[in-house]
Design a protein around this ligand. Structure first.
Ligand code: GTB
Length: 217
């Protein structure tokens, strides 16, 4: 059965692959699983039909037969559990790869999201000037710890896993800030992820949506 995911009809990132459907596309490409994409507008996301799939009216969602999922982490884990190559076979290594997925979305991503909120949504507020350095410090703190753990390894725990996929998906959101470049091993880690053929295919398919939507109508 070919799964269907949802993605932005017009992504605010203008095809940079920063919306969370990218992680799902990447996992599906790594798994060699064909998929279909249903593009949704911001207003359609808030309609009952989409909310039946996603209680918070967001993308991505994932439908496969009787199964409907939301939350990019849960979707990626589901894909990894049903296809070879994204999770180690050995039980403890598998548990550690899943721990890295949670670390990505629960420990590393929150201060990165704070930065986006501080800049994009609240950049005009009077407290932004004082708040920004605090947020940047929190991100640097986490990146420093992650950088030490990664050291000169290629991936976080042995072979490439879904833990790396989620972590790189999260770190990519920092590229525009320049913060990643302060940690050369993390910048190289992200570049290794982007160099994977599956990542490139996923990126190209989300780019095609943006390129299509900017054609003259
Ligand atoms: N925790 C959920 C998950 O991991 O799936 C979060 C899902 C989520 O935040 N979805 C966003 C969404 O649907 C898109 S990814 N937003 C619309 C809404 O809430 O109304 C977040 C995102 C949006 C835009 C950019 N960008 O332009 O760079 C990057 C990431």
């Amino acid at each position: 059965m070919i799964p269907t995911i949802t993605a932005f009809e017009r992504s605010p990132d203008r095809g940079k692959g920063l919306a969370r459907d990218m992680r799902v596309r990447w996992a599906l490409e790594e798994a060699g699983q064909p998929y279909e994409v249903r593009l949704v507008s911001f207003s359609a996301m808030k309609e009952p039909a989409h909310r039946a799939l996603h209680p918070f009216g967001q993308i991505p969602t994932y439908e496969e037969g009787n199964l409907a999922l939301f939350e990019s982490g849960a979707i990626v884990l589901h894909i990894a559990e049903h296809h070879a190559g994204l999770l180690p076979d050995e039980a403890n290594a598998r548990a550690r790869a899943i721990a890295w997925m949670f670390a990505a979305v629960n420990t590393v991503e929150p201060p990165i999201l704070e930065l986006q909120t501080a800049k994009l949504l609240e950049g005009d507020k009077p407290w932004t000037e004082q708040r920004l350095p605090l947020v940047l410090d929190r991100i640097r703190h986490r990146l420093g710890e992650l950088s030490v753990r990664l050291g000169d390894a290629d991936w976080l725990d042995g072979a490439f896993s879904v833990g790396d996929l989620m972590m790189i998906g999260v770190l990519l959101r920092l590229r525009a800030s320049g913060l990643l470049d302060e940690y050369p091993n993390l910048a190289a880690y992200v570049a290794r992820g982007e160099a994977r053929p599956a990542y490139k295919r996923a990126f190209a398919s989300q780019w095609a949506v943006f390129a299509g939507s900017r054609l003259p109508t």
